[in-house]
Design a protein around this ligand. Sequence first.
Ligand SMILES: [Zn+2]
Length: 394
Amino acid sequence: MLGPALELVHTGRAPTRSALTGALDVTRATAGAVTGELEALGLITVDSRPAGGGRGRPSHRLAVNPAGPVVVAAQIHADSLSVALAGLGGRLEGVRYLPLPAATDPVRMLRAVAEAGADLARATTRRCLGVGLALPNPVTEPDGTALAALHFAWPSGTPVADLFAQEVRSADFGPRARSPLPSAVANDANLAALAEHRHGAGRDARHLLLVTSGHRGVGGALVIDGRLHTGSAGLALEVGHLTVDPQGRPCVCGNRGCLNAETDPEALFVAAGRTPDPGGPILDQARRLARSAADDPAAAEAVAHVVDRLGLGLAGLVNILNPDRIVLSGLHLDLLAAAPERLAAVVADRCLWGRSGRVPIVPAEVDHAGLAGAAELAWQPYLQDPQAVYAARG
Ligand SMILES: [Zn+2]
């Protein structure tokens, strides 16, 4: 009961004690006991002056404790690292982007992440309960190895979860951090989907499909009834290798015309017959190119070309997964904004259930979604068992 109650307050679904009572389907006395315990753990605040105002019975206001504990969220991107602190409630604080270290082997990269996170933890007066890290490659479960970490030429099967845990243990997170400090590692698209489900465009969806294109390639994730569907070994939803054009561009996997190769930033530039500036991040440039479609006929044509292929991929996923909402992020968010009707029409045309089975396709809402998801990952043990914060008392 404590865990579900904390998750309801954390995700903003229970702003009052009466909302919590209804959502948990318990008596007022039980809800009062539960909120009292979460307050005693320092995780939430209960406004003792009942929120009145409208008609009906007044109820106490619930909120996450703004002075409560934090976790460190971190993300490794193709061209940078990012770190932030995150209390409950899904808000990141002090988001910091750092350049990649000169040496990008797994140990030095994970050390740089742990040290950047430790800097933030030492600078806050709040207790630090854990660290979550988002990685741009598949991560196996439960052993936590990174597969196909092509960005940095890491050996496939690198034990990232163990290596990161070691670096977190070695770094100085300050006197207020739980010791030993727990850490966890997962794929960035999976974590972004979790963040969108809890705090963004995926809220209340029961079968949420997220598809995203970052700097290179395409990722996907599925959240069913609030939980990530990660398959038998953590490797489900590799949507990037759906074939959407058998004669298409070569893909890193060795095939041709994968969603990965047909709908990522480079694909948009190729379709427009242009070359990105090698000095700047290709994702930002591709997003600008997509947004210029309203005034630039060549950009509009390129958007249409890529949107058609994205639509084919989404239709295949809809037929297999039957989601009730699709959230698009990264470049795909801008493609959706540039050609919403076209994308919806391609998906509907190819779906078995056609227009009657039309799935809402909506833009992602969470800023720094991979980081926000890394925070969710670090909070997960405490959302499952809030009393675990007792073990963290220093
Ligand atoms: Zn492929």
